[in-house]
Design a protein around this ligand. Structure first.
Ligand code: F3S
Length: 106
């Protein structure tokens, strides 16, 4: 599967969802996840994300391994998103910040 990692938090640019052929993105208040039961590993979403948040599972860095389970768990409860929309209003202020996991709203 592919995994949405930390840089998406508080940004949510949503460019990724328009290109997904299987509609595997799920939307939370300030983060998106990929449903691992739906993702076909096509990778077309990777270059769409302006903050490089999406990675193949095997490339998730060691300090972000928690996002693999987080994507799977949150995807169960969050609704599908298939159309791009405006990013969060202060996305550009948050796009270069690190250690944002404490900002994640479930
Ligand atoms: Fe998040 Fe990037 Fe998509 S910021 S919503 S993974 S385009």
């Amino acid at each position: 599967t592919h995994v949405v990692t930390e840089s998406c938090i508080r940004c949510k640019y949503t460019d990724c969802v328009d290109v997904c052929p299987v509609d595997c993105f799920r939307e939370g208040p300030n983060f998106l996840t990929i449903d691992p039961d739906e993702c076909i590993d096509c990778a077309v979403c990777i270059p769409e994300c302006p903050v490089n948040a999406i990675l193949p599972e095997e490339d998730v860095p060691s300090d972000q391994l928690a996002f693999i389970k987080l994507n799977a768990d949150l995807a169960k409860n969050w609704p599908s998103i298939t159309k791009r929309k405006a990013p969060l209003p202060d996305a550009d202020d948050w796009k270069d910040r690190k250690d944002k996991i404490s900002e994640l709203i479930r």
